[in-house]
Design a protein around this ligand. Structure first.
Ligand code: KE4
Length: 411
């Protein structure tokens, strides 16, 4: 297995040392093969928002499992989850399930191009939309973690249509539309960035993008694979009150099993085969086990008080981390939105990828290892966000802050 992992960011390349091999998860905790327990703030990169291996999710899966693992044909579970997504996400009128966020983003780009008849797209430096060729331009997450220029094997003919702008920079977006009139199918972005570290949108940025794309006859696409059902039940588009034309989803809607989705305006989604001519397919799409885990996870999330709880526990965590770091003499900035948080070793503020790259990644690496030694598992990269869950308790946060105090005082 290249690098000994199934996904690059797990290899600890940017924090150094050997990756830890895990054996099991439960609630807010993860155990390695030697039986060491950690408080987990990666949460399998987002899906474990209700806590790992939630008893109600496992029970629902046992029932589904008795009926088989895959049909390769329509099943009612797909309609149940589709209706839940449509009810939850303000701009989504129709939805198609796939198996990963990468697939969702690939499909949504093809759809954008088909609907507008235009070929170019705008993405933002540091944003990550999966590993499909056309998105591997100044991408975040593992690409940034490994400091890859952009991946070899991606033809120039493909990335020549991918335009980039700094995050939070409306003028740069306007300039691209002026430079390429009537050629840009749309703008895709993480409405709250998690793949360059945690970078929220500046006031007016999302509304500005909505206005520019409308004026230009281009589409606005929110990649909510990470923010969906995490920063609000209806995602960033509910939180910030902006309606994109198309949305991609993943992670949480699979409840830990492989699910991605794309959806949005009916007049656009009806172009997707077999309703329309835009082809996209998948053997395991709408898989009954994955649908079951997604349905139960969303049922748990829509219970009252969920996001207030995530806000309270995560706010206590990040404000404590920032205070402790500053008291120990470190320059830091950071923040959270409900169950998503981040911290940079730089005075900040961090508005874009350039600002994020100015942070002291070497100090982050030492911090990461120190916290590991104290039984706290943080994302092994400065260019990732942190995730809490409904299973994280005040005691877990207090233990995490005590660990941070020990580590940061000696750093
Ligand atoms: P997947 O293909 O990994 O399911 O989704 C790709 C993707 C698309 N869009 C956003 C906003 C995402 O955050 C992701 C995947 N996120 C990374 C974590 N930063 C997945 C972890 C990994 O690559 O191992």
């Amino acid at each position: 297995m290249p690098g000994g992992v199934s996904s690059p960011v797990r290899a600890f390349k940017s924090v150094g040392g050997q990756p830890i091999v895990f054996d099991r998860v439960k609630g807010a905790y993860i155990w390695d093969v030697d039986g060491n327990q950690y408080i987990d703030y990666v949460g399998t990169w987002g899906p474990a928002i209700c806590g790992h291996a939630h008893p109600e999710v496992l029970a629902a899966l046992e029932v589904a499992l008795a009926k088989g693992t895959s049909f390769g044909a329509p099943c009612t579970l797909e309609n149940v989850l589709a209706e839940m997504v449509i009810d939850a996400v303000p701009s989504v009128e129709m939805v198609r399930f796939v198996n990963s966020g990468t697939e969702a983003c690939m499909a949504v780009l093809r759809l954008m191009r088909a609907f507008t008849g235009r070929e170019k797209l705008i993405k933002f430096e540091g944003c990550y939309h999966g590993h499909a060729d056309m998105f591997l331009v100044k991408a975040g997450s593992g690409v940034a973690t490994l400091g890859l220029p952009d991946s070899p094997g991606v033809p120039k003919s493909v990335t020549s249509h991918t335009l980039t702008a700094p995050y939070n920079d409306l003028e740069a977006v306007q300039a691209l539309f002026s430079q390429y009139p009537d050629q840009i199918a749309g703008v895709i972005l993480e409405p709250v960035v998690g793949n360059a570290g945690f970078i929220p949108p500046d006031g007016g940025f999302l509304a500005g993008l909505r206005e520019i794309t409308k004026e230009q006859g281009a589409l606005l696409v929110f990649d909510e694979v990470m923010t969906g059902f995490r920063i609000a039940y209806g995602g960033a588009q509910e939180k910030f009150g902006i309606m994109p034309d198309l949305t991609t989803l993943g992670k949480v809607i699979g409840g830990g099993l492989p699910v991605g989705a794309y959806g949005g305006r009916r007049d656009i989604m009806t172009m997707v085969a077999p309703a329309g001519p835009v082809y996209q397919a998948g053997t395991l799409s709408g898989n009954p086990l994955a649908m079951t885990a997604g349905i139960k996870t969303l049922e748990l999330l829509r219970r009252s008080g969920t996001y207030e709880q995530l806000d309270q526990i995560t706010g206590k965590l990040i404000s404590g981390l920032l205070r402790i770091a500053q008291e120990a003499g470190h320059e830091v900035c950071g923040g959270h939105i409900n169950g998503m948080f981040g911290m940079f070793f730089t005075p900040g503020p961090v508005h874009n990828y350039e600002d994020a790259k100015a942070a002291d990644a070497g100090k982050f690496a030492k911090f990461h290892h120190g916290m590991l030694e104290h039984g706290i598992y943080l994302a092994p990269s400065q260019f990732e966000a942190g995730f809490t869950s409904l299973a994280h308790t005040e005691a877990d946060i207090n233990q995490t802050l005590a660990a941070a105090k020990a580590v940061l005082t000696n750093l």
